[in-house]
Every structure is written in C-alpha cells, then in structure tokens.
Design a binder for this molecule. Structure first.
Ligand code: ZN
Length: 164
C-alpha cells in the first residue's frame, strides 16, 4: 500500500501494485471529486491537484490510448469533452482550456484550465505544466481554494444532472 494525498489534503491508501486509474474506479468512495459517471467513463476533479476546474475524463476500462477505445466509447468521450467544457465555460469556471492525453497510463483526458494567473505567472500552460502543478501543490492547498473547488464540483454535478 502507498499513501497519496488528495487535492483536499486527505491522505488515501491505495494498492501500489495496481493501476491507479483502476483503483479509483473500483474504490469510487475515495474519489470525492467525482461529478459524473456513465457505463464507460467517469469525470472528476484531478485526484491530487487543487486547481479549480481541472477535470479528468477517465475510461472505466483499462486501456492506454484513444485508439483502444471502441467506436461507441470514442464518440461518448468526444461528447463528454464537449459537454464538460460547455458547463465549465457557461458557469465561469474558466473560459479557455488545454486538452491533454498521455498514453503512458490508464486512459484519461486532462482538461487543463488556462486561468489568468497561469498565463500571467507561467506563460503557455502546456509548456509549463509541471511548474503549474508544483505551484498548485505548494500554494493552493488552502481552505479557500478547496472550498471553491468543492463548490464548483457541486455546481458541475448539478449541471450534468440537468443535461442527462
Ligand atoms: Zn487501469
């Protein structure tokens, strides 16, 4: 077992031999940032990073790449990206996003908000992503930010319920 710290400061124990994405899906009760779930995907706050509006769309099946999704899953995934971005923008969580997918682990898509503080302090968010992540862990793990993130998650969850 290893212990990892969730975005809200809570320490969570997970089995280090298993895939982290699969563990989160199996133990959804530890994923306090979950806003939406279908048969094939989950959408939640990034598990570790206290960044407002940083949502992860993850497949429930363990695959590594977009190319390993079925056609039905691919179409659902595109639809979910679009729906999620719409909700985030309409509710003023952030107006512009970078969409990132790495192929090194359990399939997930990062919706990285391009907040004005990021553009001001770090320039291009994709080029400086590790600095943005480090900064959030060092400077944003405070009650004010965490409360704001949970408020946003409740709002996003209610918007998904309205739409589906
Ligand atoms: Zn997995």
């Amino acid at each position: 077992m290893i212990e990892i710290e969730r975005f809200d400061g809570e320490k969570i124990k997970i089995n280090k031999d298993n895939c982290f994405g699969c563990e989160l899906i199996k133990n959804s009760s530890v994923n306090s940032g979950l806003v939406y779930e279908s048969e094939n995907f989950t959408i939640s706050q990034d598990f570790e990073l206290p960044i407002l509006g940083m949502l992860i769309i993850a497949s429930k099946r363990h695959v590594n790449s977009f190319t390993e999704l079925t056609q039905v899953e691919r179409l659902e995934c595109m639809e979910l990206i679009s729906k999620t971005l719409k909700i985030l923008k309409e509710n003023n969580i952030c107006q512009t996003y970078s969409i990132i997918q790495e192929e090194k682990s359990h399939f997930h898509i990062w919706l990285l908000p391009n907040h004005s503080y990021m553009l001001k302090n770090f320039g291009n968010p994709v080029k400086n992503i590790s600095k943005i992540f480090q900064d959030s862990l060092k400077n944003l793990k405070n009650k004010e930010t965490i409360d704001k993130i949970y408020d946003s998650l409740n709002l996003i969850k209610s918007k998904f319920n309205e739409r589906i």
